[in-house]
Design a protein. Structure first.
Length: 359
DNA sequence: TAGGCCATCTGGTCCT
DNA sequence: AGGACCAGATGGCCTA
């Protein structure tokens, strides 16, 4: 990307430099030209009195060359013609062709800077996405949702530190999902093995208490739709049934994971958040989402459940109506998270927190 | 087709 | 003067 930026900016810079040379050279000429053109002043002296229309037309940059030359020497014309009071305030400078060109170059440079700035901003946002509780490389949270989730995450962690005790996951997810859109809420809830309906409406009335995984990852036992998460029409989490239905209805679903599994060097300038690929339990992403790399896929299918390595768990595992595995029935019966291993070889920065939940 | 999200351009403002 | 930052406008892409 940098090379692309350079290739974009460099010609502009080169042109600007050339233009600057031209300007400095032509400035000398301008003095001469202006002196030569000052005699036009008699005709032009009255024009500024007509108000700002002249300035506007000047800004439009469609002046003839003779006007440009005259206007460029505004001070010359104004002060030399002297006796008539001119309009006050900042004087609009006429746009000579050189000035127009310079202005264009400035604009192009500013555009390039702005692009770079926005790219940096997006890069930082990507890094943020990697450290908030839910991360998918193939289906990113929108910018606004990322910021909201990050804010909630910080507040939730602060709350945990302040209280010195672990909250139940329902409370935790509630904190995380405050103000988030429904799709993002579903995503976070899915990350935490939580039935969204319970979480949103029943407040865990069945008394179920979920525990944060001791594993750095909380792997969604069912796959999760990964179409446009923020789509207003997307409502996969109207309940576990809905999520389950999605998980079996075709391609385009993926699991998401709690960040973790790495122990990055935060002091390293190279640290870009989690480098761990997303945990996707399917590889069949529609459209360009299918272009996930082989590296990604190697993670997609790598889950260990109590010693059982399951490939495409959404197909090989069966869940009950509440999202719990059939046979195991309720979500409490989901295998202990410490039995869930992912093929990540780095310890998470959150392991202390997770251990905290596990204790 | 509507709506959401995004990248980019652009002009304005503030600061150095 | 120039750079950083910001917000509005615009058009493209994608999904339902």
């Amino acid at each position: 990307m940098l090379s692309r930026l350079f290739s974009e900016v460099l010609p502009d810079v080169q042109r600007l430099a050339a233009d600057w040379v031209d300007d400095t050279e032509s400035d000398g000429c301008k003095v001469k030209e202006e002196r030569e053109n000052c005699h036009l002043g008699d005709d032009d002296l009255d024009e500024p009195q007509e108000g700002s229309s002249r300035a506007e037309s000047e800004m439009a940059g469609d002046d003839d060359d003779d006007d440009d030359d005259d206007g460029d020497e505004e001070e010359c014309g104004d002060e030399n013609s002297g006796d008539k009071p001119k309009k006050r305030g900042p004087k609009k400078r006429k746009m000579t062709p050189a000035r127009v060109e310079r202005s264009k170059m400035r604009r192009m440079k500013a555009n390039a800077r702005e692009r770079t700035r926005m790219h940096d901003l997006n890069s930082a946002l990507d890094n943020l996405r990697k450290v908030v509780p839910c991360y998918s490389k193939t289906q990113k949270l929108s910018k606004i949702e990322t910021l909201r989730l990050a804010k909630n995450y910080i507040l939730a962690l602060g709350e945990i530190l302040r209280n010195g005790k672990r909250p139940d996951v329902v409370t935790y997810v509630q904190m995380l999902c405050k103000g988030l859109s429904q799709p993002t809420t579903n995503l976070v809830a899915g990350c935490l093995q939580l039935n969204t309906r319970n979480f949103l409406t029943e407040q865990c009335t069945d008394g179920a208490r979920f525990h944060m995984p001791s594993s750095p990852f909380s792997v969604h036992p069912y796959s999760y739709r990964c179409s446009r998460l923020s789509s207003p029409h997307y409502q996969p989490g109207a309940g576990a049934l809905n999520m389950r239905a999605h998980s079996y209805s075709g391609p385009g679903y993926e699991a998401v994971y709690m960040p973790g599994g790495t122990s990055p060097d935060y002091n390293s300038p190279d640290y870009e958040g989690q480098h761990s690929p997303p945990v996707c339990v399917n590889g069949g992403l529609p459209g360009k989402q299918q272009e996930s790399s082989d590296t990604d896929r190697s993670y997609h299918y790598s889950m260990h459940y109590s010693g059982l390595t399951t490939s495409r768990p959404s197909h090989s595992l069966h869940f009950g109506p509440t999202g719990a595995r059939s046979g195991g029935a309720q979500s409490e019966n989901i295998p202990p998270f410490h039995d869930v291993h992912l093929h990540h070889d780095r310890a998470p920065p959150y392991e202390d927190l997770n251990a905290f939940f596990h204790n």
